[in-house]
Design a protein around this ligand. Structure first.
Ligand code: SF4
Length: 517
């Protein structure tokens, strides 16, 4: 604020002088309580709720998703908006599903194509390498994130690149690519609006399709006012989007190189496909003369005709729209240009060897499992403290670091909704349960949880003990003072109320009405 601007005092903050007078009259009047209209003595504009930040990282200690989720749930505007936005996507997805009679067949087919490809991955990767090279594409292989970053850096260095425009790619998030590029002095500019917001706010994406979905527009107004100089009081979405476009377009036009990921890679044709709604991948690929595509090896499909199955499923599952605005096919460098593809493993081959978890490689990153998950919707993606969040994250993240992400598989209700919506039919909730078993067997469970599970196991294994415990628990819940139930030891009761215990258990009802069970 400049020196010439006056700090508002209490009177300035009153919406209207007449309201101030009425309010004062009432307060000094006959002592009766203020009615609703008279009580307008506070500013109408409520201060924007600060954005809750993601999970805290404490060295090598496991990420505490529940702590970060608790802070997100406490930020009521964020939590309710996030929940509503994602449920809206889920509802739209359902509407699209209902108008396609062969929806289930498509899911079956997609799952089978992925299964076939993953079980013949070496063959299809070799085929892609040959066809892509024949198309004039330079093909590179990266065994891990570090090698990926070095390969890309090498290409950029050889071309004297100072700035790189990039479309959204979870793989590059996985590789810590932006941070690496910053360390070698190359500027990376995200071209996807949500990803750009997250980049300017120095935050990771919170969702694999809608990276800034956890932010309110007031949060975006704050980020843009701080970074590109917009009016902090103006959170109009058109204004913000236009301002961002104006700020980023010159950077795009002057970039030395462009980078994309890929949604699908066709072995037969040596081509790859990128689906976006903003056309930003096309800018990244077509404006600068050099195009680099970083692609996870699981993105392969055998034939071009297989593509139609996935294209029909992807956008419908992700956003509830029939197709993405842009479905761009890249088959080779344009005239005078150069195209490189970096095929990245980064733990995928190892995952392919995990009996219970290998089918997670079928994932086409639609985000439908996140949109439907009650835990994800209410806790926000950043609470997971990992590249991948939501149900698919609970399966993938521990394959990168079992100890660090050991608590994540417990952030699920195991209701199976994720499995029901998955377009490639991954048995997500069963894999989450399988990870819990792995964590337990490897002593990766918090002590309190382990003790609680042990006690529950002992009770559930003995029906008489269970029935006695249920009867006592009913009585105790009704009689105990609140602080005995809601305290630090009861993490479950932190953000929810223990439901009223029914007067009669099903067991006693059955015994009473149907005789001996
Ligand atoms: S696991 Fe299935 S639902 Fe979840 S993002 Fe992947 S493809 Fe979509």
């Amino acid at each position: 604020m400049s020196d010439t601007q006056k700090q508002p005092d209490a009177a300035d903050r009153m919406p209207h002088s007449k309201l101030a007078a009425r309010s004062n009259e009432s307060a000094a009047g006959n002592g009766r309580g203020l009615d609703h209209a008279e009580g307008t003595s506070h500013p109408i504009r409520v201060a924007p709720e600060p954005q809750p930040r993601g999970a805290k990282v404490h060295g090598k200690r496991p990420i505490d998703q529940t702590e970060a989720a608790g802070r997100f749930i406490d930020a009521i505007q964020h939590e309710t908006t996030h929940d509503a936005r994602l449920w809206d996507l889920r509802s739209k997805r359902d509407r699209q599903m209902h108008i396609i009679p062969e929806w289930e067949q498509l899911r079956e087919l997609a799952s089978a194509i992925k299964e076939h490809t993953l079980t013949h991955l070496d063959t299809y990767l070799d085929q892609f390498e040959q066809t892509a090279r024949a198309n004039g594409i330079h093909v590179h292989w990266a065994k891990d994130a570090e090698e990926h970053n070095k390969i890309v850096h090498g290409i950029l260095r050889d071309h004297g690149t100072k700035s790189l425009i990039k479309s959204k790619s979870m793989l590059t998030e996985e590789c810590g690519f932006r941070q690496y590029m910053a360390s070698v002095g190359i500027e990376v500019i995200e071209t996807d609006l949500g990803e750009r917001i997250q980049q300017l706010d120095d935050e990771d994406p919170s969702h694999i399709v809608v990276p800034a979905v956890h932010k309110l527009r007031t949060d975006v107004a704050e980020v843009f006012s701080r970074t590109i100089g917009t009016d902090p009081e103006n959170s109009d979405v058109h204004y913000l989007a236009e301002a961002q476009r104006e700020a980023t377009r010159p950077l795009i036009l002057n970039a030395d190189a462009g980078m994309t990921g890929a949604n699908f890679v066709v072995a037969e044709t040596g081509s790859f496909v990128v689906c976006t709604n903003e056309g930003n991948a096309d800018l990244s690929a077509n404006v600068p003369p050099l195009h680099i595509a970083s692609i996870g090896i699981e993105k392969l499909i055998p034939r071009l005709e297989d593509l139609a199955v996935f294209i029909r499923l992807l956008s419908r599952s992700a956003l509830g729209s029939p197709i993405t605005q842009y479905t761009s096919h890249f088959r080779g460098p344009r005239q005078g240009g150069e195209m490189h593809v970096v095929l990245v493993d980064n733990g995928r081959s190892a995952r392919l060897n995990l009996n219970e978890f290998w089918t997670s490689l079928k994932c086409i990153r639609c985000g439908a499992c996140m949109n439907t998950c009650p835990v994800y919707r209410r806790s926000g993606g950043l609470s997971y403290g990992a590249t991948y969040s939501g149900p698919i994250g609970l399966i993938i993240d521990p394959t990168f670091n079992r100890h660090k992400y050991s608590a994540l598989p417990f952030s699920s209700t195991l209701n199976g909704s994720c499995t029901n919506v998955c377009p490639v039919k991954i048995n997500i909730h069963e894999q989450i349960a399988a990870w819990r078993k792995v964590m337990s067997e490897n002593h990766e469970m918090p002590l309190m949880k382990k003790a609680a599970m042990k006690a529950a196991g002992a009770i559930l294994a003995h029906p008489r003990l269970y029935r006695a415990a249920i009867t006592t628990a009913d009585a105790a819940l009704n009689a105990l003072p609140r602080f005995m139930i809601y305290n630090r030891l009861n993490a479950w009761g932190k953000q929810r109320e223990v439901p009223h215990a029914p007067r009669q258990t099903f067991h006693s009802w059955y015994k009473q009405n149907r005789g001996t069970p």
